[in-house]
Design a protein around this ligand. Sequence first.
Ligand code: NAP
Length: 331
Amino acid sequence: MSHEMLVREIGSSGVQASAIGLGTWAIGGWMWGGTDEMKSIAAIQSSIDEGISLIDTAPAYGQGVAEEIVGKAIKGRRDKVILATKCGLVWHTARGNHFFDYDGRPVHRYLGPESIRYEIEQSLKRLGTDHIDHYITHWQDQTTPIAETMDALETLKVEGKIRSIGASNVSTGDLEAYVAAGGLDAIQEEYSMVKRDIEATLLPIAAQHDVSTLSYSSLALGLLSGKIGPDRTFEGDDQRKDNPRFSRMNREKVARFMKEIAGVAEEQRATPAQIVIAWTIQQPVITFALCGARNPQQATENARAGRIRMSKTEIHTISEAATRHLTDLDA
Ligand SMILES: NC(=O)c1ccc[n+]([C@@H]2O[C@H](COP(=O)([O-])OP(=O)(O)OC[C@H]3O[C@@H](n4cnc5c(N)ncnc54)[C@H](OP(=O)(O)O)[C@@H]3O)[C@@H](O)[C@H]2O)c1
């Protein structure tokens, strides 16, 4: 694990960031059974200390909570961070389409230009900064043409408020429309050893147009951390409580997979989570892997995976074991 932290460019923006990014959805608490601010700040700062520059957040993560915690954690360290945040899940207007309720209040998918302008100012305030390095449409809005949304984002870029543009949770049609409108640097999509469908849909299109891919839930919401034993339970609003992905049978499949890759892990002096993350960023089409972490131990462990370089043979061994043990876990 003696290599340098792997660093890559976001699309053709000129913005360089660590190939592993710290995700802050759980740090926002919502859908993760709450958050601990002190531990979260320590997790973010440990990531930066370990060479992680990419930090991904969103207004929707606890309706401002995650962004505020990130803002506190990066005070005095802004220059070390490539900050990614999002727009398009809104609760200040009822435009667009209703998506879900948060504490009984409606949240809409909306990417109208005036709303993006409102949202970025809120994010900049919460994050305590004057620019966002990577600004992403969080979910897609069927009521606003993508060209109009892109126009608003390009204007923010000209003004220096954002440095690169991303889109998340896109269909192939959305991706093509973003590319046609020009200036898309990256997509952000769910991808891990247990969920690989974008390999056949979005990834070939992204590769063809030099659009980077950020994988999210790269540890399958923690299932692939190597630490979800048979007795682990989930509390409060933690989304994993009723998620069939976390069934006893799936936990056993993951345990069998981990046993099989133990040889590679030992060779690399790495933990199972680190092997999973290193495998992800060594997939040809994945540029960045976002991994959540709630405390300094998790943050440090995940960050160090960015220093692993596996051989083709090792990657092949892992891919083969993943195909055998981890296919159809969500079926
Ligand atoms: N664009 C989108 O729509 C979207 C959607 C989802 C996620 N994302 C982004 O992608 C990021 C990563 O995805 P994710 O947070 O959903 O899932 P993830 O990275 O697969 O899992 C994160 C969770 O796994 C556990 N974990 C992580 N590292 C661990 C370690 N080393 N040891 C033990 N447990 C560990 C932690 O939970 P416990 O400690 O509670 O087990 C952590 O909160 C998000 O934070 C967010 O920034 C974006």
